[in-house]
Design a protein around this ligand. Structure first.
Ligand code: F6R
Length: 609
C-alpha cells in the first residue's frame, strides 16, 4: 500500500524523506516521489520503479529545502508510471499532494474541474485532490483542505503543501493510517512509525476524521470541521533494530526465525504460573456475556483468514460454540445473520485492512460484540473493537506474513481455552494438557528451524515446476491453504490447496507424471484416510512430499519423501506444520531469484477495499 512521509524543520528534507520512504518499502509499492519547497518554489521529482531509481534522479538533481513530502505508490487508479506517481500538483504547480487510499467520486470531481478549465495529466484520483484544493484556495490552506475533504468520498490519508504558505504542512486522516512525529524545531508525518523513528519517539496517532497542521515549532490537531483537539503524546518504546534484518538475508527469514519468541511473547503472562488456566484481563467479557454467545463469526483476509480457519476448529472443539469463518471482502455483502448474541472476531496483523475494518463496523452496526486479534497496538481495528488480544509478534516487515500468522494461532488457542474454562465445556485436566503442549511449542519450533536442509533441497526441486498441489484433511487442510498462499505469493508458482478427500471429485484429473504434491498428514485421527488419498495421487504419477508427525512411519512408505514434525496435542499441530511450509516458500522464492520480501503486485497493508 502507498506510504506517506513529510518533514518540516531546519534540516535539508530530501534525505529525511528518502530514509522515511525506505522504512515504508515493506508496505509494497511500484513508484516513488518527493516534493520539496526550494528557493525556486515547489519542485517535484518522481519515478516508476524502486526507490533507487528516484534516489539516482535526486543525486543528479537534488532538491534543497527544509519542508517536503514523499510517497511510495501502490497503483490503484492508473498503471505504475512516472506521471501517475505522487506527489501530484495542479496546473499552477503551487500545490502538492501525497495520498494513500481511494477517492471514490474522483470522476465526478474531475469532470467538474475540467469544465472549469483544469487540465489533468495523470490517470489518478490523487491528481484531482491537488486541483480541487487549488480551486478552493482563498489564502488559507487549512480551510481549503477542509473544504476539499468535504467534497471527497472514500478512504484516504493526505499530506499537502502549498508554495503560498511555505511554513505549514497539512495532514489528514480518513480511514487510512497516518501518524505525526513531534521533534524539537521539526515535525514529521508518516504512514507508520518506522518512517520517523530515527528522528523522534514522540508521536500523535491521528484518528479517522482528524487533521494536523505542522509548523517547525508545533503541531495543531483538529477535526475536519476545524475544532481543536488536545491529545497526549504517545511514546514509542521499541527501536528500529527490531525492525531491521539483524544479519538475516531477508526480513521473511528473520521473521520465520523469530517465531519461538513470538509464541512465548504472545503466551506471556496469559497462562497462570501453575499452568492450569488462561488469564485474559484484556477481554472484558463477563462470564454471563460469554455464556450468552450463541455463535461466533471469524472475519479476516488472506493469511489472517487462514488463521481464522484454524480458530474455527479450535473454538468449536474447545467451547462447542458454532463458528463460521468468512473472507472479510465477502462478509458484509452476503447479509450475514449477526445478532447481539454473535461474537465477531476480526483478525488482522496490521489492524488497518480496509475489508476487515468494514466488516468490524458492519458487525458493530448489527449490535454484535467484536473481539480483535491484531499485532498493532493503536491500529484502527484495535481502537474500534470492544476487546483486543494483541499478538506480540513484533513488527512484521516482509510482505509474506509468517510470525503474525502463527501468533494469531496462539491467540486462538488461548481464547479457545479461555472460553472452555469459563463455559466448563472441557475438564480442567484436558485444559491443563493443552496448556502444557502449548508451552512446549516454542522449543519445538526451534527444533524445526534446525531441520531446514531437507526443505532447502526440496525447494530446489519444486522451483523447476510451474504448478503443484497441497492436500490435507481437517486442520491440515487449513494449513495447506496457508502453505499454498505463501508459495504462490513469493515464488509465483501456481499452486492449489485441496481437502485431500475432495481431489477425486475433479482435481485428480490434473495429476500427471512427476507433478509435486505436498501432503499434510498430522491429524492422526484422519491418517488412514489421508494415506488413501495419497495413494490415489501416487497411482496417477504424482510425486508426494509428506509431512507427518514423528512416529507415523507408515506415511513414509506411502510417499516419496517425508518430513517429520514433533508430536504435540492434536489441536496444536498447525503451529508446527506450517513452519516447514514457510521455509519451503522462502527457499523456493530464493531459488527462483525473486524479491522475497517485496513480491510483485502485493502490498503489506491493504487499506483499499
Ligand atoms: C499473506 C498476507 C496477506 C495478509 C492480508 C491481511 O502473506 O500477508 O494475505 O494476511 O492482506 O492483512 P492483515 O492481517 O494486516 O489484515
Amino acid at each position: 500500500m502507498c506510504g506517506i512521509v513529510g518533514y518540516i524543520g531546519n534540516r535539508n528534507s530530501q534525505p529525511i524523506l528518502l530514509e522515511g520512504l525506505k522504512k515504508l518499502e515493506y508496505r509494497g509499492y511500484d513508484s516513488a516521489g518527493v516534493a520539496v519547497f526550494t528557493e525556486q518554489g515547489l519542485k517535484i521529482q518522481k519515478a516508476k520503479g524502486r526507490l533507487a531509481v528516484l534516489e539516482s534522479q535526486l543525486v543528479a538533481a537534488p532538491l534543497d529545502g527544509t519542508i517536503g513530502i514523499g510517497h511510495t505508490r501502490w497503483a490503484t487508479h492508473g498503471k505504475p508510471s512516472d506521471v501517475n506517481s505522487h506527489p501530484h500538483t495542479d496546473n499552477s504547480m503551487k500545490f502538492s499532494v501525497v495520498h494513500n487510499g481511494i477517492i471514490e467520486n474522483y470522476m465526478t470531481l474531475k469532470e467538474e474541474l475540467t469544465a472549469k478549465g483544469h487540465r489533468f495529466v495523470s490517470e489518478t484520483d490523487t491528481e484531482v485532490i491537488s486541483h480541487l484544493i487549488a480551486d478552493l484556495y482563498q489564502g488559507d490552506i487549512v480551510r481549503a483542505v477542509q473544504q476539499a475533504v468535504q467534497r471527497m468520498t472514500g478512504a484516504f490519508a493526505l499530506g499537502v503543501l502549498t508554495e503560498y504558505e511555505p511554513d505549514r504542512l497539512v495532514a489528514v486522516r480518513l480511514a487510512s493510517p497516518l501518524i505525526i512525529g513531534v521533534g524539537e524545531g521539526e515535525n514529521f508525518i508518516g504512514s507508520d512509525i518506522p518512517a520517523i523513528l530515527e528522528y523522534t519517539r514522540q508521536v500523535y496517532i491521528l484518528n479517522d476524521g482528524e487533521m494536523a497542521v505542522l509548523t517547525r515549532d508545533g503541531v495543531e490537531l483538529m477535526t475536519l470541521e476545524g475544532n481543536f483537539i488536545s491529545r497526549e503524546l504517545f511514546h514509542v518504546d521499541w527501536d528500529l533494530i527490531t525492525a531491521e534484518k539483524a544479519g538475516f538475508d531477508h526480513f521473511m527469514l528473520k521473521e520465520i526465525y523469530e517465531q519461538p519468541k513470538a509464541y512465548k511473547d504472545t503466551m506471556g503472562s496469559r497462562i497462570s504460573p501453575d499452568g492450569t488456566r488462561v488469564v485474559l484481563p484484556e477481554v472484558g467479557m463477563s462470564a454471563e456475556t460469554i455464556r450468552g454467545i450463541r455463535n461466533v463469526h471469524i472475519v479476516a483476509c488472506g493469511t489472517a483468514y487462514h488463521a481464522g480457519l484454524i480458530g474455527k476448529s479450535v473454538i468449536e472443539k474447545l467451547a462447542r460454540i458454532p463458528v463460521e469463518t468468512d473472507v472479510a471482502s465477502e462478509y458484509r455483502y452476503r447479509a450475514p445473520i449477526i445478532t447481539p448474541e454473535t461474537l465477531v472476531i476480526v483478525v488482522s496483523q496490521s489492524g488497518e485492512t480496509a475489508d476487515t475494518l468494514a466488516a468490524l463496523r458492519e458487525a458493530k452496526r448489527c449490535g454484535a460484540r467484536v473481539l480483535a486479534i491484531t499485532n498493532v497496538v493503536g491500529s484502527s481495528v484495535a481502537r474500534e473493537a470492544d476487546d483486543v488480544i494483541v499478538t506480540w509478534a513484533g513488527p512484521e516487515i516482509a510482505v509474506a506474513s509468517t510470525k503474525a500468522y502463527t501468533s494469531q494461532l496462539v491467540a486462538f488457542y488461548l481464547f479457545g481455552l479461555y472460553l472452555a474454562q469459563t463455559l466448563e465445556s472441557q475438564t480442567t485436566e484436558y485444559i491443563r494438557e493443552v496448556i502444557a503442549a502449548l508451552r512446549l511449542l516454542p522449543e519445538q519450533v526451534e527444533y524445526l528451524l534446525g531441520q531446514s536442509e531437507t526443505v532447502k533441497e526440496y525447494a530446489k526441486h519444486i522451483a523447476q515446476h510451474q504448478s503443484l498441489f497441497f492436500i490435507g484433511r481437517g486442520m491440515d487442510y487449513a494449513v495447506a491453504l496457508e502453505g499454498s498462499l505463501k508459495l504462490k505469493e513469493i515464488s509465483y508458482i501456481h499452486s492449489e490447496a485441496y481437502a485431500a478427500g475432495e481431489l477425486k471429485h475433479g482435481t485428480l484429473a490434473l495429476i500427471e507424471e512427476g507433478i509435486p504434491v505436498i501432503a499434510l498428514a498430522t491429524q492422526e485421527a484422519l491418517l488412514e484416510k489421508t494415506i488413501s488419498n495419497i495413494k490415489e495421487v501416487k497411482a496417477r504419477g504424482g510425486r508426494v512430499f509428506g509431512l507427518a508427525l514423528s512416529g507415523n512411519e507408515e506415511l513414509g512408505k506411502a510417499v516419496d519423501e517425508v518430513y517429520t514434525v514433533p508430536r504435540t496435542h492434536p489441536l496444536l499441530t498447525a503451529a508446527l506444520s506450517v513452519v516447514p511450509l514457510q521455509l519451503l516458500a522462502y527457499y523456493t522464492s530464493l531459488a527462483r531469484g525473486n524479491d522475497v520480501d517485496k513480491p510483485r503486485n502485493l502490498a503489506k497493508s491493504v487499506t483499499v477495499e
